[in-house]
Design a binder for this molecule. Structure first.
Ligand code: HEC
Ligand code: HEC
Ligand code: HEC
Ligand code: HEC
Ligand code: HEC
Ligand code: HEC
Ligand code: HEC
Ligand code: HEC
Length: 465
């Protein structure tokens, strides 16, 4: 028998991607050798959809064993389209994670490769996106921090639950409990595929409406180093989402912004959703022009095209001068962070390393930690706040923290490490060359101090000490 998991590629062409569900299902059913329409299990109620004999056996036993799986599946689109437990969990004996289970050969994992039998477009897009690469972090600095400075036990329940880990299979087909459960976004599957669809479409409902909610992204996109969820919540967009959730038509089939809904965008609207001129995509990188993750921001390849794709979303709700203004302010903030803080900080630290005053190893000097938080936490927060209209993150959790760190911790520590002579040189080279640092070197001017004094007198009737 042909391995179920090898089907995807072979049958791509037979599958109608534009969505005629039944046609697609029949194509899949035939290739799977199932008897969907003729194979209604004896005793199934007439109003119930037809499912395979094997699927019925899973349902019958699991109804008692784990009723919630069955209930969730029963009300799903999959059940209505006769996609049953066996369709998804079926495995070939030669599959690395095949296991014998009550007379059936099944696999616990249902990977993107399995879903691709019927959803080739979504799988292709997901697989080429950064999401599918999120498990490839083993050589990163963050990973050193996790594995060595923290510990592998923390990585298993932390990093890998977001990024995805390598799921290992035992000889009997069962999954190694040190590596499972794991539904991280870039999970490395035993069949060689990457990613986990259930990261956004929770089982066994597998709903698109649920994935359109910002909460679907919020498991991972939050916290001190990438607070997209919090930024969104404080933005006008997030406020309007909460106020108008029932008007967002989340269950609609196509969910085209401006047509099917208009009150507010969610994460999925901007990064994935359809517009009148653009189809939905599972490649979340298609519409971003920067990557704001590294110490110094980088423009992506074809960034103009990507930016146009994002503007095409905004324009259903905003005018082009407004959108242009937004991007102007966003780019300006990114440039401020990069040129005023990130670049000099990186260069100064490198100079100290080159001069042998700091070790090459990371995280063993105080300055390593200070610098890490400057870019990885504070600098990202500022950039993400500006990218998604969250003013509190752009400023108070963002550039305010960056500046406080840069002037209050980073430079004093540089001074301590460098000693007075070298520090003078550093100051000259990296700070005096940029007028924006003048206030730090020379202090506030007399006029500025007076202006501030007057402001407080006028506002509160008192002098500021
Ligand atoms: C045997 C074919 C088949 C397999 C395998 C399959 N699906 Fe589906 N799926 C369908 C059909 C048919 C629909 C109905 C809508 C359509 O035609 O696209 C559907 C719909 C969906 C929807 C939209 C549901 C809604 O209405 O909100 C999601 C999400 C989905 N599938 C995810 C998955 C994921 C994830 C996997 C793998 C874990 C998977 N599917 C495996 C056939 C399949
Ligand atoms: C005769 C009863 C029975 C039948 C038939 C049955 N299962 Fe199960 N299944 C169970 C029980 C019991 C468990 C384990 C529960 C436990 O250990 O908590 C289980 C566990 C599972 C697991 C998780 C295994 C693990 O190690 O985590 C999957 C996946 C599964 N079943 C899928 C299926 C599918 C798909 C079918 C139909 C092809 C099926 N089952 C048929 C009773 C059954
Ligand atoms: C659309 C495909 C699909 C269908 C249909 C489906 N499953 Fe699953 N199932 C999955 C996915 C995906 C997972 C999560 C495994 C992973 O991350 O790869 C899963 C996980 C499981 C697990 C183990 C997870 C746990 O929490 O213990 C069990 C048991 C299971 N399914 C049983 C069933 C049963 C019973 C049915 C039918 C009522 C069913 N599945 C129908 C895709 C499917
Ligand atoms: C709460 C979920 C979560 C945890 C826990 C987590 N990360 Fe991440 N990580 C993310 C998200 C989301 C991004 C992408 C942020 C962005 O694009 O702004 C990311 C980005 C990264 C990047 C940058 C990737 C690139 O291509 O630039 C690395 C490297 C990384 N994480 C490694 C780790 C390591 C190692 C750990 C544990 C020590 C960890 N992460 C913990 C969610 C998480
Ligand atoms: C990052 C979150 C995320 C991941 C991961 C994800 N999806 Fe989706 N998916 C969504 C969103 C959001 C939608 C709704 C898009 C829209 O508005 O049309 C969706 C819609 C779908 C649909 C319905 C398409 C239609 O035209 O009706 C299918 C099928 C689907 N996803 C399958 C998959 C499969 C298969 C995978 C794994 C390869 C997957 N998804 C992984 C978020 C995700
Ligand atoms: C109004 C549209 C909009 C909404 C809503 C939105 N984003 Fe964004 N997002 C953007 C824009 C614009 C950018 C920056 C694009 C660029 O680089 O040109 C961005 C950037 C990002 C990035 C890249 C960050 C990096 O470090 O490179 C991630 C990740 C992200 N958003 C996730 C999310 C998540 C998660 C949500 C929901 C909680 C969300 N976005 C809501 C428009 C939006
Ligand atoms: C299970 C965790 C998880 C979920 C859920 C998740 N993401 Fe991500 N996302 C990540 C990680 C990790 C990265 C960084 C990947 C890397 O570069 O290695 C990332 C990266 C991104 C990027 C940057 C892509 C690029 O090309 O640089 C965007 C945009 C994004 N996610 C949007 C979303 C949206 C929108 C949702 C919800 C619909 C979502 N994500 C759901 C973990 C997740
Ligand atoms: C579904 C409609 C919709 C989409 C799509 C959308 N927005 Fe908005 N946006 C709104 C609404 C409504 C407001 C609130 C206006 C108000 O304050 O009265 C808003 C507010 C804003 C604000 C804050 C304005 C203020 O005065 O506080 C900015 C900035 C913004 N949007 C930028 C964007 C950008 C950039 C995009 C595309 C990446 C985008 N929006 C996509 C509906 C949308």
């Amino acid at each position: 028998m042909e391995s179920k998991r090898g089907l995807a590629g072979n049958h791509k062409k037979e599958v109608d991607m534009k969505g005629k569900g039944l046609l697609r299902l029949m194509a899949c059913a035939v290739t799977l050798g199932m008897t969907i329409l003729g194979g209604v299990a004896a005793g199934a109620a007439p109003d119930k959809v037809a499912i395979s004999k094997e699927g019925q056996a899973c349902v019958d036993c699991h109804k008692a064993q784990s009723p919630a799986f069955v209930k969730e599946w029963e009300q799903s689109t999959h059940a209505k389209k006769s996609v049953d437990c066996y369709t998804c969990h079926k495995a070939d004996k030669s599959d690395p994670d095949a296991m014998e289970h009550n007379g059936f050969t099944i696999a616990i994992l249902v990977t993107p490769k399995d879903c691709s039998q019927c959803h080739p477009k979504e799988v292709e897009e997901m697989t080429t996106s950064h999401h599918a690469k999120a498990g490839d972090i083993l050589n990163s600095l963050d990973n050193y921090l996790g594995e060595v400075i923290g510990g592998p036990e923390a990585v298993a329940v932390g990093c890998l639950q977001c990024h995805g880990g390598k799921v290992k299979v035992l000889a009997n087909g069962k999954l190694d409990i040190n590596s499972w459960p794991n539904t991280g976004i870039g999970r490395i599957n035993p069949d060689g595929s990457k990613g986990s669809c259930t990261a956004c479409h929770a089982r066994h409902d597998f709903s698109k409406a649920q994935a359109r909610e910002p909460e679907a992204c919020g498991k991972c996109h939050l916290g001190p180093d990438h607070p997209q969820k919090e930024v969104y919540e404080e933005s006008k967009h997030g406020i309007l989402y909460v106020a108008n959730k029932d008007r967002l038509n989340l269950n609609s089939d196509k969910w085209v912004v401006g047509k099917d809904y208009s009150a507010a965008p969610t994460c999925a609207t901007c990064h994935m959703g359809a517009t009148p001129d653009q189809p939905a995509t599972h490649d979340v990188g298609m519409r971003i022009s920067w990557t704001l993750r590294p110490p110094v921001s980088k423009k992506l390849d074809n960034w103009e095209k990507r930016r146009e794709a994002m503007k095409d979303v905004c324009k259903n709700c905003h005018s082009s001068p407004f959108i242009g203004g937004f991007y102007n302010q966003f780019d300006n903030l990114v440039d401020l962070y990069d040129s005023k803080f990130a670049k000099p900080a990186g260069e100064i630290r490198k100079e100290l390393i080159d001069k042998g005053l700091l070790t090459k190893a990371d995280f063993d000097d105080k300055l390593d930690w200070i610098y890490w938080e400057l870019w990885h936490h504070e600098g990202r927060r500022a950039r993400h706040g500006a990218a998604m209209s969250g003013p509190d993150y752009a400023w108070w959790h963002g550039i305010y923290d960056v500046a406080k760190n840069f002037y209050g911790e980073f430079l004093p520590e540089v001074k301590r490490v460098a000693g007075p002579d070298l520090y003078k040189e550093i100051e000259k080279k990296y700070l005096e060359s940029d007028v924006r640092h003048e206030w730090y070197i020379k202090g506030m001017s007399k006029e500025q101090l007076e202006k501030i004094q007057k402001f407080y007198e006028k506002r509160y009737g008192e002098k500021q000490e």
